[in-house]
Design a protein around this ligand. Structure first.
Ligand SMILES: [Zn+2]
Length: 566
């Protein structure tokens, strides 16, 4: 804004500047910056502001009175900064610098927020899990603190970059200059790594998961692997494993069709399972029913994207190979092939390829006012209209999978109806940092109570069908959850370093007496052996064995019912 200084002095003006013009003036006085220096500065920013967890993990338990520790820390810092600078030096130019750095700053800020808050490792499994996260799940993670973090570490550096003037050089000079910088960065990276090579190689040998804490390389690397694997898989049909499968002779003399419900739970951990002796009675309804509880069950993975495909596969954790698991048919394809109707009923994020080509009913967006709030539905939605499912199967054999929302965090308080708010005080926000561990655990336990209610109701429904069907239910959770033990929350840590809270899961079996006698399963024997260690690897073979389905992929050693069948 310009005002006349005084009457009679034409042309003289006093400039009154707003704060914006000072900022513009500040930036206009800065010399134009070379893109190469912008790359180096951005890499320094990432090393300094986004890699606390990596350095903390890499430098833990070192003797700081020894100069070698300081050398290792410094070498690591220089080498990581130089390596990330090499990547940026390849990608950035006068056109890409500003948009690309903006995307990197924003995504990295979001990533570091959750890394710091929940100790997230951005390996391929975690990135795949995030890419499959729906908008509803993501919206539950937003909070005021998240917005502040995004402002400081994402938006401000982006604004700064857009304010800078980039120095332009003719292409014939720019290329050799850029090559020189890249070679320089390679020399620095190689030199600093050589200097600390012994310590560095032992770090990568003993704690190789820490590389998934180097940000933003971690998610960029994992993202490129996921995209490459998914593209390759999209162009190849699943390898068949169902061709030779058939019903065993036992099916000939059966008088009733079978109705089997497999409940795939979500995020319920063994430690908080009432039937396992937990201090809170979180399974009051199941404890009154004639169920077989398996107190020592473990999961295949620590997130849904790993565990769900894995438990239905022939590979399992003992022979884990993600590409092979996703590239082959699942247990459901075998069940479908032998003529048993299969339906996947889902109140979460889908069947993860397990039911490719088979019937999948997504029920999470239902409008039932009793069970749904417009965003999510309670798991009982999967018991609605079961009559319709039965009729569609023309009253024939039916295998139903119900995929729960279960204890999906961090909004535990939204996973149970108000009537089930039994353990108090609760944590009624998805920002867990605002609650005590007691509140978080209480909300979580109320969610477990609701799963107990859902399973008991499923069994009650199956009992109503037992005149017409041989009925049974098997429940197992996909993975567990950390509730603040050693400062860790949620789930998804790399399996090799995951705490037992994330890998020990509840598993429960119920069968009608009609099912037990028709399929020759001795309930007492199952009860006696239930204390043995079992895992999700047992699911594939136990279902085939119990349902008397013959397949060359069946492995009796992994069938937990094998010793209890007549
Ligand atoms: Zn899950």
């Amino acid at each position: 804004m310009k005002l006349p200084l005084a009457a009679g002095t034409p042309g003289a003006v006093l400039e009154i500047r707003g704060p914006r013009s000072y900022v513009s003036a500040f930036f206009s006085r800065l010399p134009a910056i070379r893109v190469e220096w912008l790359a180096i500065l951005a890499s320094l920013f990432f090393s300094l502001s986004c890699n606390y967890l990596f350095f903390a993990a890499a430098l833990a338990n070192r003797d700081w009175s020894s100069p070698s520790s300081w050398l290792f820390g410094a070498g690591l810092f220089v080498s990581i900064t130089a390596l990330q600078a090499i990547g940026l030096l390849v990608l950035l130019n006068r056109w890409t610098s500003k948009p690309l750095l903006t995307v990197l700053f924003l995504v990295t800020a979001a990533a570091t927020y959750y890394m710091n808050k929940y100790t997230v490792f951005f390996n391929t499994e975690m990135v795949r899990n995030i890419l499959r996260t729906d908008v509803k799940e993501a919206s539950e993670l937003f909070s005021f603190n998240f917005c502040v973090h995004m402002l400081v570490f994402g938006i401000l550096p982006s604004v700064l970059v857009w304010k800078l003037r980039l120095r332009t050089t003719p292409l014939r000079r720019a290329i050799p200059i850029r090559l020189l910088y890249i070679v320089g960065a390679i020399v620095v990276a190689a030199g600093s790594t050589m200097l600390i090579f012994q310590d560095f190689s032992s770090l990568m040998r003993n704690q190789k998961e820490v590389r998934f804490l180097i940000t933003p390389s971690n998610y960029l690397f994992s993202l490129s692997r996921v995209v490459a694997a998914d593209t390759a898989q999209a162009n190849t049909p699943r390898i068949k494993i169902s061709d030779d499968a058939k019903l065993a002779a036992g099916w000939g003399g059966r008088t009733k069709p079978m109705l089997f419900v497999l409940v795939v739970g979500e995020t319920t951990r063994a430690a908080n399972w009432g039937l396992n002796g937990y201090e809170h009675q979180t399974t009051p309804q199941l404890s009154k029913l004639d169920v077989v509880n398996f107190p020592h069950a473990t999961s295949c993975g620590t997130n849904t994207e790993v565990s769900v495909p894995c438990m239905f596969s022939i590979y399992g954790r003992h022979d884990y190979d993600e590409a092979k698991i996703r590239g082959h048919e699942s247990l459901l394809h075998i069940i479908d092939k032998v003529g048993i109707n299969t339906v996947w009923r889902d109140n979460q994020s889908g069947c993860k390829g397990v039911c490719d080509g088979l019937e999948e009913q997504m029920l999470g967006a239902s409008k039932d006012p009793k069970l749904c709030d417009g965003e999510r539905c309670l798991d009982e939605i999967m018991l609605e209209n079961m009559d319709g499912v039965i009729q569609k199967a023309k009253n024939g054999n039916l295998f139903v999978v119900m995929h729960q929302l279960g204890n999906h965090g961090p909004a535990y308080y939204r996973r149970y109806p108000a009537a089930m708010r039994t353990f108090t005080p609760t944590c009624d926000t998805s920002d867990l940092s605002k609650c005590t561990r007691e509140q978080i655990t209480n909300s979580y336990d109320n969610g477990v109570l609701y799963t107990d209610h859902f399973l008991a109701k499923t069994i009650a429904f199956l009992k109503t069908q037992s005149d017409s069907y041989d009925t049974a239910m098997l429940y197992l959770s996909d993975h567990g959850e950390s509730l603040g033990e050693r400062g860790i929350y949620l789930h998804g840590l790399p399996y090799s370093i995951a705490p037992k809270e994330q890998t020990e899961v509840p598993m429960v079996m119920w069968m009608s007496s009609g099912f037990a006698s028709s399929f020759g399963v001795n309930k007492d024997c199952m009860q006696r052996r239930a204390g043995n260690a079992v895992s999700q690897d047992n699911l594939f073979h136990s279902i085939l064995g119990m349902l008397q389905i013959e397949s060359k992929y069946y492995d009796k050693a992994l069938d937990m019912t094998a010793g209890c069948r007549i």
